[in-house]
Structures are given as C-alpha cells and as structure tokens.
Design a protein around this ligand. Structure first.
Ligand SMILES: [Zn+2]
Ligand SMILES: [Zn+2]
Ligand SMILES: [Zn+2]
Length: 707
C-alpha cells in the first residue's frame, strides 16, 4: 500500500505527528508559508479587484518539489496545519504551489497533538475551508495596502528607511502615546488620610480604622492639606470611641477562566515577566510536542492561538477526577464549570489553552523541559486546574466606629477585615495584578456593636493622586482586546513590532513612546484618522471575521476600505509637512532645540535652526534589541583605540548597567530561549544566553527598503 503523506508547518510538529501516526504515514514540514506576496513590490492589483500576486518563496522550492514527488506516489495527502486562518491558508497555498491532486487532498485539523485528537481528526477529514483562506488573504492584502502606502510617506515626511506603519500597530501606538500624554498632563492633587489605631480596653488586639467623614453625611470628608488635618486632630482630642456597627458577610470568589491567548500573554507577563512574543514561542513548543522519555513525543498543551475559553467535556471530567482524588470532594463545584467566550471574533479554534492531560503534572515532566517551558506549563496547568475547582470563601467584616468629640460632633471611621474560610481554587492559583492594590485581607479582632474602644494613636498620612500607569505589554494587550482590536494571532506581533520599529521602548517593563513614536503617531492621527481610530480598526477585524464566516466577500471589504484610504493618502502626500523630531537637547551654538535627523550616512543631531545654524553632531544609534541584563535599549557606541574607532554595543542605561557586546545585537529573540541574539558572519546569529546558533527568523513581514 502506498504511504499517506501528511504535511504540517513545523519540524517539531512533524516529529510529534510521525510518532503518533506511526507506519504508513510520511510526515513533512513546510516550515511556514511556501508562497507570499513579493518583497520588492506591492503585489496587489488594485485595479483588478485587489488580486494578490503570490510568488513561491525561493527557499521553499526544494520543499515543494519534494512534496510533489511524495504526493504523486501517496494514496492521500493530509494537510494537517494549525487549526486557524493562518493554518488554513498555509494548507491552501501549499496545495496550489505543489499542484496537488484535489482528489487526494484532505484537510485535517486538531486542537491538540495527542493520539486521541489526531486519530479522531484523521477519521473525519474535510476539504480546505475557503472562507478561512479568504479571511486570511483579506488581512494579508489589507496590511500590504496600508504598509506599502504609508511606509514611503513616513520615509518622506519623518525618517528615511526602516519606518513602517501597520494597520493595527498604529492603533496600538496611539494608545501608548495617548496614555503618555495623559501622564504628562496629569496634575497630582494632594490629599490626606487619618488612621486611628484602636483596641478594646484594656488588652484587645490593635486594629486600624480610617477616617471617612462626619457621621450622617454621605460624602467623604475632604482633607486637602495639613491645616485641615491639624484641625480634625484637634477636634478628636479627648473623643469617646465606640463600635457603631458590625457587618459580617460571606464572600465567594470564583476562579478565573482557563487561558485564552490574550489572558495567557497577560498573566505570563505579570507572573513570569515573559514578553508576549516569548510566551507564544514557548507555548508553541509545548503545543508542538516535547519528547518525554518512555512516553514518546507528546503535545503538552492545546493550540495556543484561541479566543475561546471552552473546555472539552473529556478534559473537564479528567480535571474533576484529578481534583477529587487530590484534594477531596469539597474542592470540586457541584456542577462542572462551563466557560463561554466574551470576546468578539470568529471561533475557529474552539478550545481554551490547557494541558492535554492534567495527569501530566509539572513536577513529572520537569526533567524534559527547559526552565522557560516548565514555568509556562506550570502556569497553564495550574490555571486550568483552578478553573474547575470550587469557589474560595471569605468571611469579611466591615466595622463602623464613631468618635464622639467633646464639642458634640461625631466622626465615622471604618475598618475592614477578611479571613479565608475555605481556600477552594486558591489552593493552586491566584490571578496576577497589573498594578499593586491595597488589599484588606487580614482578620479584625472580635468586636461587638456598642463596644467602647480606646484610641492609642492617630496617624495622618500625606498622599498625592496618581497619574494613570504606563502600559505594560500585558495591560496593552488587555486594552487592545477590550476595544476589539487584534486577534489571538496578532497581539504578540503588534506589541513587539511597535518596539522593534523604535516607536515605543520599554522602561522598567513599561511601554514609553519615543520621540519618533510621538511624531509618527501625530502625523497618522492628523492625516489618517481611520487608520488610528479604535472603532474603525475593531470594525475591520469584525469584517474579517465576517469573511471567515462566509457572510462577506473579500473584494467588497477591501474596496470599502481602500477608496477612503487612497483619498487620505493623496491629501497627506500633498499637504503634510516634514516632521521635526525633538532630541531633548539644545544647540550650544544658538540655543534652539536640536532635532534628530537621518541622512545618507546615518542618524545625527541637527540644529532646528538649519540652514541658518549648521551645528550637527553624532547620535547614539539604537539597535532595536534590548539589554539581557536590564531590558534597556542596546545602542551603538564608538570605542577609541589610538586614532581608530570601532563600534561596539552597550546598554543605554550605562552607567547603571554595564552590558556590552562586540557583535551587533539583533532585535528578534532567540528562537530557543527568547534570549538576546547577536550577529555572526553573513545571516548567521548566536544566542548569548543558550547555545543556539543559526539563521534567525525574520523580524517582520513587511519589507523595509532603505531611503
Ligand atoms: Zn543652532
Ligand atoms: Zn542594561
Ligand atoms: Zn537562546
């Protein structure tokens, strides 16, 4: 019997599938797309219904030829690429490029690479879903139209070369810029709090209660300055304190739902300080399969690009059995928890991100995983187990204390306490927070209404209102998700692209727009209001979803987008003036601000008074890579040895960080560990953290011609 040919996109996945399918199957990896739009031109026939011009990628010719040869002999060709639009498109392009016999082609899709799921999928093959392929093509063409039109515009008006403006990334950049402006415009307001340290005499435990206001008034008493504090403290002199009210409540806390892509990326940042990109890289390794000694190669988690929190019934039952066996009946809810999607979007991947079997505990697979893989697997495993566990139950107490002053007025103080009565899911998992919060956990001593209290100490404290916090990768992804911008496949590329382009940099893990980012954003906001409009961008995503569901046509969506966009572009080209990018430095010759310019020989600082003042000097060039020690930017510096200078690369945070390397750092992370890559000869690179060497993946899909 001739073999059956199976094609997937990655070698790791091919290895796992070969192990599962066994004899009779030949598994080949396409290593991503085999065809794409050309790099050296637009590749979209705008005047011919936006027809894409796909070319076979030169490095994929050998793979295609091999597939053709194997397909001829095979009795069937199974396209087993990932279960989403991108996977569907890879399968379709491959079938086209290799001119596979439609009679032989079968599409199989599974959300986890386990024996059961794979064999089930192979029992129910289908044909390629052209709606999904259409939606992927529409996104690709849309992004190409925008990228190819806006990039030269930005080169002309802002900066030569290496600038790009993607469709969705521009809306993300706007979020970061607007937040920064809100922070700059923020005026902190002074306010004070007064805390009473109280106890039941003579020897009760001391507890704090905070001043709210006057008894009987609904509004909090404002304490704007120290004078008011002194006034209140004077009035409270000699006051009689007593417990006015004790309210006890039982509060139940539900576990967070199992991970979807956006929540995994957020939580991996909060808890593990992994970037969205690194998280996806490692999640993919776990999904595609890890050799587990005697157990063979096993896909440890379900597909990592999903916006559905749904859990398969078998997985749910397995989790309940596990929880019951390990912690007892009290720890499972009476009925299994069912999660349904709250985010918009086409549900192509129908499952949450979870372990393929909860029986593979993190401690058991530890020996087979890298430290990063283990940390991420542990997070996914715990989150999933918790999502099927019982509520946590807290006893909370809210106490109102009255302080009756000698003058006859009464002040209201409040104290709260809570104790964990039953831990439930919190035994294994607690969700991380973006910003530190004041938590009121901790018990209050037993108090009864009418109890007299003594006040040991009144403690005033000065505070200032805080500006909104800068985004982290995690909170930016949440902001994108809340606005319906981006999809599981795009969050990580969006947040990494705005950093690689030099529009946004990371400072202590926070996203800060660069002067270049401000300049590009302001130009786009002025001339391309749609491109940077949150609602418009969200609507585009919904249109793409509609194509995937077969409810709209690709050409119609593209046409509706392109006509107004082309008008904006014409207007912008005609009327936009050149943008000067402030450097923050002033000219020592004439006192005008210095601006950053890019000339034929690179980036330099130039006086904004040019040509009247011709002062110019060199500028530190960013590499786009981040320091492995502190996360700062790596910049090119010049070392002097005698008369000669040679470039080396150091951390911009010098002298607080002293990382340096003689090899040029690359913006893309190590494909093995996510660490820093540095250039070797030709296209080769090596990792400074692990032993990885090779040709790194490309940074971005859009080409960036110079000048
Ligand atoms: Zn000057
Ligand atoms: Zn550093
Ligand atoms: Zn590495």
């Amino acid at each position: 019997m001739p073999d059956r040919l199976v094609i997937v996109e990655s070698p790791a996945k091919a290895r796992t599938l070969a192990h599962i399918l066994g004899r009779g199957y030949v598994v080949k990896a396409s290593k991503g797309h085999v065809r794409d739009l050309p790099k050296d031109r637009m590749g979209v026939r705008i005047d011919n219904h936006f027809a894409p011009l796909y070319i076979t990628l030169p490095e994929k010719r050998a793979v295609i030829k091999e597939v053709q040869g194997l397909a001829r002999k095979a009795e069937a060709v199974y396209l087993a690429t990932d279960p989403d639009r991108e996977g569907e498109a890879i399968a379709w392009h491959l079938a086209q490029a290799a001119r596979l016999d439609p009679q032989k082609v079968r599409r199989v899709a599974f959300h986890e690479i386990t024996e059961q799921a794979v064999k089930e999928a192979f029992r129910h093959p289908r044909s390629i879903d052209m709606n999904l392929v259409e939606a992927q093509q529409a996104r690709r063409i849309l992004d190409r139209l925008v990228g190819y039109s806006l990039s030269p515009f930005l080169w002309a008006k802002v900066w030569r070369g290496s600038l790009s403006a993607g469709r969705v990334q521009s809306a993300a950049l706007r979020l970061v810029v607007e937040r920064e402006r809100a922070i700059q415009a923020f005026v902190p307001q002074e306010y004070w709090t007064i805390t009473a340290h109280l106890r039941r005499p003579p020897q009760g435990a001391v507890f704090p209660a905070r001043l709210f206001g006057l008894v009987g008034e609904k509004e909090r008493l404002p304490i704007p300055n120290e004078a008011t504090v002194q006034d209140v403290l004077a009035r409270l002199e000699g006051a009689r304190w007593r417990v006015a009210q004790v309210r006890q409540r039982e509060v139940r806390q539900k576990p967070p739902p199992p991970f979807i892509t956006s929540t995994l990326q957020q939580e991996a940042w909060r808890k593990l300080r992994m970037s969205a990109r690194q998280t996806m890289l490692i999640a993919q390794q776990l999904y595609e399969g890890i050799p587990l000694g005697d157990q063979g190669v096993v896909g440890l988690i379900t597909y990592m690009r999903t916006d559905s929190p749904h859990v398969a019934e078998t997985a749910q039952a397995e989790a309940r059995d596990y929880i019951r066996a390990r912690w007892g009946n009290d720890y499972i809810p009476p009925t299994p928890r069912v999660y349904t999607a709250t985010t918009k979007g086409a549900q192509e991947a129908h499952e949450a991100i979870r372990p393929t079997s909860v029986k593979r505990e993190p401690t058991q697979v530890k020996g087979f995983l890298t430290p990063e893989q283990l940390r991420l697997y542990d997070l996914i495993w715990k989150r999933f187990i918790a999502s099927q566990m019982a509520d946590a139950v807290l006893d909370t107490v809210e106490v109102e204390v009255h302080a009756q002053t000698t003058a006859g007025t009464a002040y209201l103080f409040r104290a709260t306490g809570s104790t964990l009565k039953f831990p439930g899911f919190r035994t294994v998992y607690e969700e991380g927070k973006d910003e530190p919060e004041e938590t009121a956990e901790g018990a209050l001593p037993p108090l009864g209404e009418g109890d007299a209290l003594e006040c040991l100490r009144l403690e005033p404290a000065q505070h200032f209102t805080q500006p909104p916090p800068r985004y982290t990768e995690a909170s930016l992804i949440r902001a994108l998700e809340e606005r319906g911008i981006g999809r599981p496949s795009t969050y990580a590329p969006i947040v990494s692209t705005i950093q690689e382009r030099g529009y946004v940099r990371r400072e202590n893990g926070r996203l800060v727009p660069t002067p270049l980012g401000f300049a590009v954003n302001d130009l786009l906001v002025h001339y391309f209001p749609n491109i940077v409009d949150y609602r418009f961008t969200a609507q585009m995503e919904e249109d793409l979803d509609a194509i995937a569901e077969g409810k709209r046509q690709r050409v119609e969506v593209l046409k509706a987008f392109y006509q107004p966009f082309a008008q904006d572009l014409e207007r912008a080209k005609a009327s936009a003036e050149r943008v000067l990018i402030p450097s923050g430095e002033t000219c020592e010759e004439c006192g005008r601000p210095m601006v950053v310019r890019k000339g034929r020989y690179g980036v330099f600082l130039s006086c904004s008074g040019y040509p009247q003042c011709r002062n110019a000097k060199p500028y530190r060039v960013k590499t786009g890579a981040v320091c492995p020690q502190c996360g700062g930017d790596l910049v090119e510096r010049k070392a002097r040895t005698g008369k000669n200078t040679r470039p080396f690369y150091g951390c911009a945070n010098y002298p607080t960080c002293n990382f340096t390397t003689n090899r040029r750092p690359l913006p893309q992370p190590c494909p093995s560990c996510g660490g820093l890559l540095v250039a070797r000869r030709g296209k080769q690179a090596q990792c400074v953290s692990c032993q990885w060497k090779g040709v790194p993946p490309e940074t971005s899909e859009e080409p960036t011609p110079e000048g």
